[in-house]
Design a protein around this ligand. Sequence first.
Ligand SMILES: Nc1ccn([C@@H]2O[C@H](COP(=O)(O)OP(=O)(O)OC[C@H](O)CO)[C@@H](O)[C@H]2O)c(=O)n1
Length: 345
Amino acid sequence: LEVMDDKPNPGTLSENSERLFSFGVIADIQYADLEDGYNFQGNRRRYYRHSLLHLQGAIEDWNKESSTPCCVLQLGDLIDGYNAQYKASEKSLEVVMNAFKMLEVPVHHIWGNHEFYNFSRDYLTNSKLNTKFLEDQIVHHPETMPSENYYAYHFVPFPKFRFILLDAYDLSVLGIDQSSPKYQQCMKILREHNPNVELNSPQGLSEPHFVQFNGGFSQEQLNWLNDVLTFSDTHQEKVVIVSHLPIYPDSFNSVCLAWNYRDALAVMWSHQCVVGFFAGHTHDGGYSQDPFGVHHVNLEGVIETAPDSQAFGTVHVYPDKMILKGRGRVPDRIMNFKKEASFHF
Ligand SMILES: Nc1ccn([C@@H]2O[C@H](COP(=O)(O)OP(=O)(O)OC[C@H](O)CO)[C@@H](O)[C@H]2O)c(=O)n1
């Protein structure tokens, strides 16, 4: 890994290999038409209104890029939970989606905890935040079709390079009918690991990620992920996985991990094809390469980004690496593929 502080043009860093394609990344916009506030700990300022201007700035930049990104990955928490309290959820969603109309390439939306503070899962499924229509289907491989029980899909914007969007709130007590068996099952999991009265509090927990603002992956979704990764291994594809919640403990503070991150890692690590895992949620950002060579990027959150900075990035993909060109407080990174995973032409 190399971190580049002085932000040279990534093009100059890759003279020996040809750029294949690029994609945009942005996380935790959490727009609300509200004065600035603070996070729960009171140590990070949240710029609810300015987050929209940050998004608009990012869209302008992506539109102007000389090599147009194939798409943008919006890593979840598009509008803040405060909107629900002010009965402004639909209005705020409309404002942000109108901003996205200016983007000249498709955007793939992930769902985070703040989506479920504002909307039910049923509402989200029927909303513009459902971008499953952008999925690619693999003929004669029905096992690679996601079920309707979770919001996940895969797509291939460049030959042999697959993206998989995961639903990290497939197991969750958020946005789900409290009388449903799945809610009861998820509440049981949460309470078994978190005896606090306030289930959002990680205080005193040996596994502090078992909090209400996190969630997890059902066995059904993990089986599907395993099937898609099996296909990708067999067809010498490279895969980037995208989720609101991170799954690798070394890449940031462990409170924000998915409940059953170990199960997701076990599936991922049983395959060769995965080269990167992009997540949001942590707001502070983070990075780590795991022992299997997978690059885990936790993107800095827009909501906690001062007006004089920025928080988004463009990832340029080469035969042997990905280069994240970060803007503002998102650092640049060179992420080499493990040797056996380089493209061979
Ligand atoms: N220790 C805590 C932390 C949070 N809460 C409450 O949980 C809800 C969600 O918290 P919030 O910080 O808004 O969630 P984000 O997704 O924006 O951020 C995730 C991580 O915190 C980033 O580091 C909210 O109602 C909080 O008040 C809590 O009770 N106890």
